[in-house]
Design a protein around this ligand. Structure first.
Ligand code: HEC
Length: 186
């Protein structure tokens, strides 16, 4: 009887903590989608409006940080969302820390080992913060500004805004970066 009670208590505790983790993961994914969706919509709009892509670069240069701040202002106080990468265009605003770097290296390794799936969301505990990571692959549309055959007009615009740009020469379906949601225990 005692053993059964203990077993039941353990089961209940385990399922409670699993439910907890699910919720944090889902919450993180929601914030990641808010940022990702907002950036994607704007990027598509700008690419359509100016087929050369220059308008879209100007948008990313001027608005990406602002849009990120705007989305963050809509989140609860205990949460934030941001983008980072191993090779950065905006090293000042989007720098990766040690944990980001480790997670991104894991994604790169799994892409190389062909075990990667884009649905591989990673949930990582970091002190009193839970981080939720979503990988971003360099798709064809991204290569216009992050690939190895960037048009002259776009290149000029990028160089103007980011003289130390490292976010070029990506191959299709390589890891461009991650979106990270950070959720403080509350
Ligand atoms: C029209 C040009 C353009 C296109 C297309 C584009 N980007 Fe970017 N990207 C930029 C610019 C400019 C920045 C720097 C924005 C900033 O200052 O935060 C940037 C920054 C980023 C960052 C933040 C990390 C860093 O390097 O500073 C990520 C991640 C990223 N892009 C991923 C993508 C992905 C994934 C796609 C395709 C879905 C894509 N980009 C398409 C121009 C572009």
């Amino acid at each position: 009887m005692k053993i059964n009670t203990l077993l039941l208590a353990t089961l209940l505790l385990t399922s409670a903590s699993m439910a907890d983790e699910m919720t944090v993961k889902q919450e993180g994914v929601k914030y990641i989608k808010m940022l990702g969706g907002a950036l994607k919509t704007e990027l598509q709009k700008e690419m359509k409006a100016d087929k050369t892509g220059v308008g879209a670069v100007t948008f990313c240069t001027n608005e990406a940080t602002k849009l990120t701040a705007e989305i963050n202002s809509k989140l609860p106080d205990y949460a934030k969302v941001r983008r980072t990468a191993l090779k950065l265009r905006n090293a000042e605003k989007n720098a990766a820390d040690e944990l980001d770097t480790k997670i991104m290296q894991e994604y790169v390794a799994s892409i190389e080992a062909k075990t990667f799936t884009p649905k591989d969301i990673k949930v990582v505990e970091d002190g009193d913060v839970t981080r939720v990571y979503k990988p971003l692959l360099a798709k064809n549309v991204c290569l216009v500004c992050h690939g190895s055959k960037i048009s002259k007009v776009i290149q000029e615009e990028i160089t103007k805004g980011y003289p130390h740009d490292k976010a070029v020469n990506f191959e299709e379906n390589s890891l461009r970066g991650v979106v990270v949601a950070e959720i403080k225990k509350h």
